[in-house]
Design a binder for this molecule. Structure first.
Ligand SMILES: Nc1ncnc2c1ncn2[C@@H]1O[C@H](COP(=O)(O)OP(=O)(O)O)[C@@H](O)[C@H]1O
Ligand SMILES: [Mg+2]
Length: 62
């Protein structure tokens, strides 16, 4: 996704829902951990870019 803009992410409805739920947990003051794994090129970084772009008000360390 790098250089393409997070708004260009296609599909991944379930994965996005899971990641957004994680942010909601953190926003509610609970700590949470999620392991995102998959083969090279499957779209892990693209998903994380998308998530980071939606984590307004949170500090994101990468
Ligand atoms: N859901 C998606 N929608 C659009 N492009 C995607 C999607 N997932 C991956 N890509 C594109 O495919 C390429 C590889 O994805 P990337 O996130 O770098 O994979 P990974 O981090 O798992 O190795 C990148 O150019 C990325 O932008
Ligand atoms: Mg990657």
């Amino acid at each position: 996704m790098r250089g393409n803009g997070p708004e260009r992410l296609r599909g991944r409805r379930r994965e996005r829902a899971a990641l957004e739920e994680l942010v909601a947990e953190v926003a509610a003051g609970r700590s949470a951990v999620l392991v995102l794994r998959g083969d090279a090129g499957i779209g892990k970084s693209a998903l994380l870019d998308h998530l980071a772009a939606r984590a307004a008000g949170h500090r994101v360390a990468r």
